[in-house]
Design a protein around this ligand. Structure first.
Ligand code: FA5
Length: 340
């Protein structure tokens, strides 16, 4: 028996000791157990040439060698798998003591901040918040508000029409009609929302802007209630030192009608560029709901009266956040928006 099994064991032990990764393990397995040229396979091929009286001992030694090689390869294979698992765990371990990476938070838009403040003030005064469609029929945008055919406000150079009898609403006063159609007095609602006009953008005008409509209809409502409500609103929004004034004005859906100004916050009434020298800034329109409007929605004007108002939220935002140009609000400049 010329095969030196002992030296083959030693040789395998030396070679297996230097295996460090899955790749070299695969090469070693091929070298020893490969079906064509593996060292163990070679030994098996010698079996036929062994004298018959030596064959049993040869077979035993061969089996021992094969088992030794297979066991060695399996042991190293398990060691490599363990090492790789430990490395993966170490790589993927999260150190929970490290401070987290905060995801950047969005901001409320200044109009949203102000709108929510306005809603809070009126809800505290007993008003509910209503919503209405931004695309309206000409009935809600004009007819029901006593704005007849041929009135200049209906012209297409002022109003954005979607079709002949549909328009982007040009004022939140449309929601007055929806609210009175839905509910009988007593009725106290506000309706903040987006409106659209063909206005040329400048420091105090945008073609898309926000208004908040107010409506209070009940028995015995007077102009004094309107004045008290508007003054209280401005006091709560801007503080006690914010004087307001009413001027007689005309809106087809109120009688009498007025406009409502607050004192210029820049010059405190002495006159400057922001208030165009007048000392006052227009905030909105208001008045007593026209009896014709009440009749259109089936409310008896002999029994009920009401006031309505509509303020421009963008201009209130200019006052609240010290902006000298309301176009900033929708210029989508993050340097501006991230300040809120
Ligand atoms: C109205 O829209 C009436 N619906 C208000 C009203 C309601 C009167 C209820 C009576 C009863 P006026 O067109 O004046 O009114 O607009 C109201 C406010 O919206 C203005 O005072 C101003 O603050 C704001 N506003 C008007 N046009 C623009 C614009 N292009 N950009 C920004 N704000 C505007």
């Amino acid at each position: 028996m010329s095969t030196n099994f002992e030296s083959l064991h030693d040789q395998f032990d030396r070679e297996v000791a230097s295996v460090s990764d899955a790749e070299s393990l695969r090469a070693l397995r091929d070298r020893w157990l490969g079906r064509k040229a593996g060292l163990v396979t070679d030994v098996r091929k010698q079996m036929g040439a062994v004298a018959s009286e030596d064959r049993a001992a040869f077979g035993k030694a061969f089996n021992a060698l094969q088992q030794h090689v297979e066991a060695g390869l399996d042991r190293v294979s398990a060691e490599i798998a363990n090492r790789e698992r430990d490395a993966t765990i170490a790589r993927e371990t999260v150190d929970i003591t490290l401070p987290g990476r905060a995801a950047p938070l969005g901001h409320r838009h200044p109009i949203t901040i102000l709108r929510q403040n306005i809603e809070d003030i009126f809800v505290r005064m007993g008003y509910s918040v209503e919503d209405g469609p931004e695309i309206e029929t000409t009935f809600f945008n004009f007819d029901a508000l006593n704005i007849p055919d041929g009135h200049p406000a209906r012209e297409s150079q002022d109003t954005m029409y979607v079709s002949e009898d549909l328009a982007l609403r040009s004022q939140t006063s449309t929601v007055q009609i929806h609210a009175m159609q839905r509910r009988q007095p007593p009725l106290r609602v506000i309706a903040p929302g987006r409106v659209f006009r063909r206005d040329t953008p400048d420091a105090t005008h945008n073609p898309m802007f926000f208004q908040v409509e107010g409506l209070n209809v009940a028995e015995g409502i007077t102009l004094a209630d309107l004045r008290g409500t508007c003054e209280e609103f401005v006091r709560q929004l801007f503080g006690a030192d914010a004087p307001v004034r009413f001027r007689a004005s005309y809106f087809p859906f109120v009688e009498p009608g007025c406009e409502f100004d607050y004192q210029c916050f820049v010059c405190k009434g002495t006159g400057c560029r922001v208030c165009k020298g007048s000392g006052w800034i227009e905030m909105g329109g208001a008045g007593m709901v026209h009896p014709h409007v009440l009749r259109t929605v089936g409310i008896d004007p002999e029994r009920f009266s009401g006031f309505a108002f509509g303020f421009g939220i963008d201009r209130l935002a200019a006052r609240q956040f010290d902006l000298d140009d309301i176009r900033l609000l929708f210029a989508n400049d993050l340097r501006f928006l991230e300040q809120f």
